[in-house]
Design a binder for this molecule. Structure first.
Ligand code: DGL
Length: 284
């Protein structure tokens, strides 16, 4: 079945938390006219430890909510959810353009002079098939250190971007990258750009840090341009949380994000199992 969605509505994004805002900020810079709605599902943050089947149900619920806001395009602004659910989203909503996150191994290998790169991501992304495939496809003979960073999303969600606890945690996660002499680091989680300055300081000069958000924003810009809607909107931003609105507001300020309207919604119903929720939706 086809999905009716507005051609002139906002661009929707979702993530487990504030990480999606790194993509929102890049999009706002790339497409200043576009209206943007970010659903930060902080009630279920982190997504990392959740099984793939649950992530699919969460992603379906988030997508439906964004479509109910008239979203004309949806950015899965989370590496973990992209790896688990992007294929399902595209097949369930064939008329909706989706853009997802893929660890930026290809540009990192191109940028690396020593042909040694590091990938930082959530444990789920590090263990997943998507990263394995991307490395197999693009790394060639480059040495890749894939490092899971448990606890880092939680530190960032707490607004601890450069506290001693966060620096200690980062130093632990970065140690294998330093040992391997990497000169390029891929941020494989949309939360991590908020600690890029701390990573740069710990790794020292000569290390390039790659955030996929600007490339994703360019991809979105190409899609909206091809649909003739690049100039649509008033440049409004809505930040939606499924958890504490005041904490979210403080985090948005702490992270230096563009101003917008901050709202709270109740955690979305993701159903007991996929088919029960999918069949209930009008547009599938
Ligand atoms: N920003 C999400 C990502 O890119 C965080 C995942 C999580 O909530 O564990 O992977």
């Amino acid at each position: 079945m086809t999905t009716m969605h507005a051609a002139h509505g906002p661009i929707g994004l979702f993530d487990s938390g504030i990480g999606g805002a790194t993509v929102l900020a890049a999009l706002h810079q790339q497409l200043p006219h576009a209206d943007l709605v970010l659903l930060s599902d902080q009630a279920r943050c982190p997504y990392g430890p959740r099984p793939a089947a649950e992530l699919v149900r969460i992603a379906l619920a988030n997508t439906r909510w964004l479509l109910a806001q008239d979203a004309r395009l949806i950015v899965v602004a989370c590496n973990t959810a992209s790896a688990a659910a992007l294929d399902t989203l595209r097949s369930r909503f064939p008329d909706v353009p989706f853009v997802g996150m893929v660890p930026a191994v290809k540009p990192a290998v191109r940028a690396s002079r020593r042909r040694a790169i590091g990938v930082l991501a959530t444990p789920t992304t590090i263990a997943g098939a998507l990263l394995r495939d991307v490395i197999a496809q693009w790394a060639g003979d480059a040495h890749v250190v894939a490092q899971a960073c448990p606890g880092l999303v939680e530190q960032i969600e707490a607004g601890e971007l450069d506290t001693p606890a966060t620096i200690t945690l980062l130093a632990q996660h970065l140690a294998p990258l330093r040992h391997a002499g990497v000169d390029t680091i891929v941020l494989g989680c949309t939360h991590y750009p908020f600690v890029a300055p701390a990573i740069a300081q710990l790794m020292g000069d000569g290390v390039t840090i790659i955030d996929a958000a600007p490339a994703v924003a360019q991809q979105v810009a190409r899609i909206v341009a091809s649909r003739g809607t690049a100039a649509v909107g008033r440049g409004s931003i809505r930040y939606i949380t499924t958890s504490d609105q005041h904490r979210y507001q403080r985090l948005i300020e702490r992270c230096g994000l563009p101003p917008g309207q901050v709202e709270h919604i109740a955690p979305l119903d993701i159903g007991a199992q996929p088919d029960a929720t999918i069949n209930a939706h009008r547009s599938e």
